[in-house]
Design a protein around this ligand. Structure first.
Ligand code: GRF
Length: 204
């Protein structure tokens, strides 16, 4: 098995980070989470990372940088210093600069709470409900310069109920996220993949 050096970037509750770390501990996901970065000093993700014993946990404060490029350059410096092969976004609420995306092309992974390409952006769950879809779900994808637009690695479907609220639907989507994200990272590490156009082709 090929263990990949990974950084996780998270802005919030960090529940996806938590399940990834648990999956690593159980031996189900062959990645080495050696760095966690948050742009929010009070993000629960930072506490989760520290309690799990992640070797380097950093709050990079956007207020200390003159712009997005400078902030991302600091993150890139940390990623390089810790030799991270993959950058796993887990509820990371900042848009990445195109220079950052170019520098780590094909190595940045995100999870989004809708079936892409439907409902991109920060209000995906509300937008799906408002539209009246009968199924939604989550998507793990590679990150490119287009918001929530990179090649799709995996998706899970969740049924939408008539009486769903944003919270009830998001809760059920997150249950799927907790299975899909670690499983997809494990598959990436174990099988590898090629990209042809927009299509991800698994090697096994
Ligand atoms: C998830 O729903 C994910 O799809 C979205 O942000 C949320 C992060 O949740 N990108 P958490 O911080 O991992 O709990």
């Amino acid at each position: 098995m090929n263990s990949k050096a990974v950084a996780v970037m998270a802005s919030g509750r960090g529940t996806n980070l938590k399940v990834i770390l648990e999956s690593v501990t159980k031996g189900e996901c062959p990645v080495d989470v050696r760095l966690v970065i948050s742009d929010k000093g009070d993000a629960e993700a930072l506490t989760i990372a520290r309690e799990a014993g992640v070797p380097y946990v950093a709050h990079v404060d956007p207020k200390k940088f003159s712009g997005r490029e400078q902030f991302d350059a600091e993150c890139a410096e940390l990623l390089d210093r810790h030799s991270c092969q993959w950058i796993v976004l887990a509820g990371y609420m900042r848009i990445l600069s195109s220079s950052f995306v170019r520098r780590f092309r094909g190595r940045i992974i995100n999870i989004h709470p809708s079936l892409l390409p439907s409902f991109v952006g920060a209000k995906a769950v509300e937008d799906a409900l408002e539209y009246g879809v009968k199924v939604s779900g989550c998507t793990v994808h590679l990150v490119d310069e287009v918001l929530d637009g990179g090649p799709i690695l995996a998706q899970s479907v969740v049924t939408v109920f008539d009486d769903d609220t944003r919270d009830s639907l998001h809760t059920r989507i997150q249950i799927e996220e907790y299975k899909l994200y670690p499983a997809t990272l494990a598959r990436m590490a174990n099988e590898g993949f090629d990209i042809e156009g927009r299509q991800v082709i698994w090697k096994k």
